[in-house]
Ligand binder design. Structure first.
Ligand code: HEC
Ligand code: HEC
Ligand code: HEC
Ligand code: HEC
Ligand code: HEC
Length: 250
């Protein structure tokens, strides 16, 4: 190996002596990148004669406790997750893989990448028939459209902001509210309530499109006013030229 494994945090150095596999899996994960190491998730423990002592602060992360363990830091996600059939199934501690539907089933546990619903959809299919996932997929498609709409609005606001003549203050507020709404939806989708999610996504999408169209209308009105001004000016200039010309001739 041309590099050596670095402990994420000084307190993790001891763990790495025996758990190189887990540390290797974690390289490049969202948690490693955010300096969340072994002890941040599992707590510390004494290891005597190669055996853990399971001190009270140690969290070996048993299946039925994973959601709570992750929820120590992702509290809002846990709130939305805890009432679902996913949570209930994992809490029964089943041995069958298909029933172990806790956080790590969709996000992994040591190699957790940034959350991406398109990538995670493939994971859903490991446990569900495609036909059962239609309502979820419809919401995911709407979330894609919302993302695209907010991106387009953001680009337009950004471009017009630097030009005089059109105020973008109101549009900027809609954009910020839309982005907040979007963050809430990323968390709320853990609750699996597709009808409510669909309605909330539609609402956010409608507001974003409305703000974009309003900017568009105002930009066109502004351009028209400017063209009219220019035409009037040219007309005036032309009239003057004609008058001067007549004057010179007479
Ligand atoms: C001296 C070697 C050694 C050190 C140091 C060590 N472990 Fe372990 N760990 C083990 C062994 C061996 C096991 C297998 C279970 C057992 O026998 O205790 C294990 C199991 C685990 C498990 C799974 C426990 C379970 O019951 O499923 C976790 C989580 C864990 N270690 C985390 C840590 C963390 C975090 C550290 C650093 C604070 C650490 N270990 C330090 C040897 C070690
Ligand atoms: C983001 C939280 C998180 C971090 C960071 C983390 N773990 Fe884990 N770890 C878990 C969870 C959750 C499980 C159990 C997953 C399951 O059973 O679905 C687990 C399981 C384990 C196990 C049991 C065997 C296995 O690989 O599944 C060991 C050993 C372990 N972790 C050691 C470590 C060590 C060492 C580090 C630091 C390099 C570390 N963990 C970092 C959450 C974490
Ligand atoms: C000690 C606190 C802590 C624990 C415990 C923890 N995380 Fe995280 N997690 C973070 C931090 C910090 C980040 C990076 C900043 C962010 O995106 O919130 C993060 C990021 C993430 C992301 C990426 C979010 C995104 O924006 O794409 C996912 C997914 C995630 N964690 C899942 C989990 C899972 C699953 C567990 C349990 C196995 C877990 N986390 C346990 C602190 C924690
Ligand atoms: C059924 C699959 C599934 C399960 C189970 C699951 N998630 Fe997620 N998670 C997702 C999807 C899908 C996203 C959204 C990604 C997107 O919108 O692009 C997500 C997003 C996230 C994010 C990013 C949220 C943000 O603020 O941007 C975090 C953090 C996260 N999950 C943590 C967890 C934790 C902690 C648990 C357990 C309590 C959990 N997830 C359970 C599928 C799952
Ligand atoms: C580890 C397997 C697993 C994964 C991965 C998984 N699920 Fe599930 N899902 C379950 C289990 C188990 C249940 C509980 C009901 C059951 O026993 O079928 C469930 C229930 C559901 C339900 C509720 C169905 C009902 O009858 O109320 C929906 C909706 C759902 N899952 C959607 C998803 C979506 C969307 C994803 C991916 C983002 C996903 N699931 C990923 C195992 C999984």
């Amino acid at each position: 190996m041309f590099w050596t494994l670095q402990a994420q945090e000084p307190e993790d150095a001891a763990c790495l002596r025996c758990h190189e596999d887990q540390a290797t899996a974690a390289v490049g994960s969202v948690h490693a990148n955010a300096d969340v190491g072994c002890v941040a998730c599992h707590g510390a423990d004494d290891v005597v004669n190669g055996r853990h002592r399971y001190l009270p602060g140690f969290r070996p992360s048993r299946l039925r406790a994973v959601a709570q363990d992750c929820g120590r830091c992702h509290e809002a996600v846990f709130q939305s997750f805890q009432g679902t059939p996913h949570f209930a199934s994992a809490a029964r501690n089943p041995s069958e893989l298909r029933l172990r539907s806790t956080c790590s089933a969709c996000h992994g546990h040591h190699d957790t990448p940034k959350a991406n619903r398109n990538a995670i959809q493939a994971t859903c299919l490991g446990c569900h028939e495609a036909s059962d996932l239609r309502p979820a997929q419809a919401v995911f498609v709407k979330l894609d459209l919302l993302d695209e709409s907010l991106r387009r609005l953001g680009a337009r606001v950004h471009a017009l902001e630097r030009r005089p003549g059109i105020s973008v203050r109101a549009s900027k507020e809609v954009l910020a509210a839309g982005e907040d709404h979007r963050r809430e939806l990323r968390i709320a989708q853990h609750g699996l309530e597709w009808d409510a999610l669909s309605a909330r996504t539609d609402e956010a999408f409608g507001k974003s499109e409305q703000a974009y169209n309003s900017l568009d209308r105002r930009e066109r009105a502004f351009a028209a006013r400017r063209a009219l001004g220019l035409a009037a000016f040219l007309l005036l200039l032309g009239t003057c030229a004609v008058l001067i010309h007549l004057r010179v001739r007479s």
